[in-house]
Design a protein around this ligand. Structure first.
Ligand code: PGA
Length: 309
């Protein structure tokens, strides 16, 4: 047993530390763990005493983790991951598929991932799912924590060591309100479309990233009138006549195209694909593997039935 191991109290302390790190506050961590604030503070103090260094500094309301604190966070994650794997391996030995599937997905995929999950969970009712949604940049930032089994992107970052699993097409289509002068016209030149006021997703969005790359490659610039931070808000802005836009066709599924039409524009749609991405350095859990196999075998079929593709 290492000297440190003898001094570090319990796994619970590591769990508390991780919760404080992830939520960014002692209050939020206490709530998440159903503990009182003094208990959380006391356990953190014991942990800091054990490593003989402060875990974080409090600047105003913000907790800034020290280098030592970050090292303990990293190890805590590895230790707790190990136990989670043990749990899943034991469940697997008993022929069970049980445990937690952690997904972090970009906002645009929230239109179809829940349907895929619904079907998956009907088959594996003992699996729990934790599901985070953010724009592309937020999901990339989240990769640093290494917590999730899969990330769903259509534009995975190039600078991370990822296993990529392509599973669905993602056409980005031009939209306008139903009575727009361009509605119903064939082969609208891209240049004509770009002269219309354009409603663009926010910086950090994967949709925006794809649109900018596409237009750059054609050396055309859209006439951006407004930046809007959500697909749904863009749809409403388009419906109300504020302009035109380009969004994933998934945002129009399930009667989501009400008040909108797709425009037939040359050089569009922008054809991209959805990927399940996982960190190469993270060992895939049995639950995660089960999900990936499920997506391979039934993903397409369940989305066809739902009318998503
Ligand atoms: P977004 O991402 O929701 O951030 O636009 C979609 C994507 O990655 O294509």
């Amino acid at each position: 047993m290492s000297r440190l191991q003898a001094r570090i109290g319990t796994l619970r302390q590591l769990e508390i530390l991780l919760a404080v790190y992830q939520t960014g506050s002692v209050t939020a961590a206490s709530k998440q763990l159903f503990l009182t604030q003094p208990t959380v503070s006391m356990q953190l103090k014991k942990l800091a005493d054990a490593i003989n260094a402060p875990l974080y500094d409090q600047i105003g309301r913000k907790l800034i983790f020290t280098q030592a604190g970050l090292e303990v966070v990293k190890t805590a994650r590895e230790v707790l991951d190990c136990f989670e794997r043990l749990d899943m391996n034991l469940a697997n030995l008993q022929g069970l598929r049980a445990g937690t599937l952690r997904l972090a997905v970009v906002t645009t995929s929230k239109y179809f991932i829940p349907h895929l999950l619904g079907d998956f969970l009907n088959h594996y009712p003992d699996i729990d799912v934790e599901f985070k949604v953010g724009n592309r940049q937020q999901i990339i930032d989240r990769m640093a924590t290494g917590e999730d089994d899969f990330y769903v992107f259509s534009h995975p970052p190039k600078n991370r060591d990822l296993d990529l699993h392509e599973f669905l097409p993602n056409p980005l289509v031009a939209i306008a309100k139903t009575d727009h002068p361009l509605a119903g016209r064939d082969n609208i030149p891209l240049q004509t479309f770009c002269e219309e006021p354009f409603l663009m997703r926010e910086a950090g969005s994967g949709t925006r990233h794809a649109i900018e790359r596409h237009f750059d490659s054609l050396e055309i610039e859209p006439n951006v009138r407004m930046t809007i931070e959500s697909n749904e808000a863009i749809k409403h802005a388009v419906m109300s006549g504020l302009g035109v836009s380009i969004l994933s066709s998934h945002t129009l599924a399930f009667e989501g195209s009400h008040g909108l039409v797709k425009l037939n524009v040359t050089d569009l749609p922008i054809m991209t694909k959805w990927y399940l991405a996982s960190l190469k350095e993270k060992q895939m859990s049995i639950v995660a593997r089960t999900f990936m196999e499920y997506v391979d075998l039934h993903g397409h079929e369940s989305m066809e039935i739902e009318g998503i593709i």
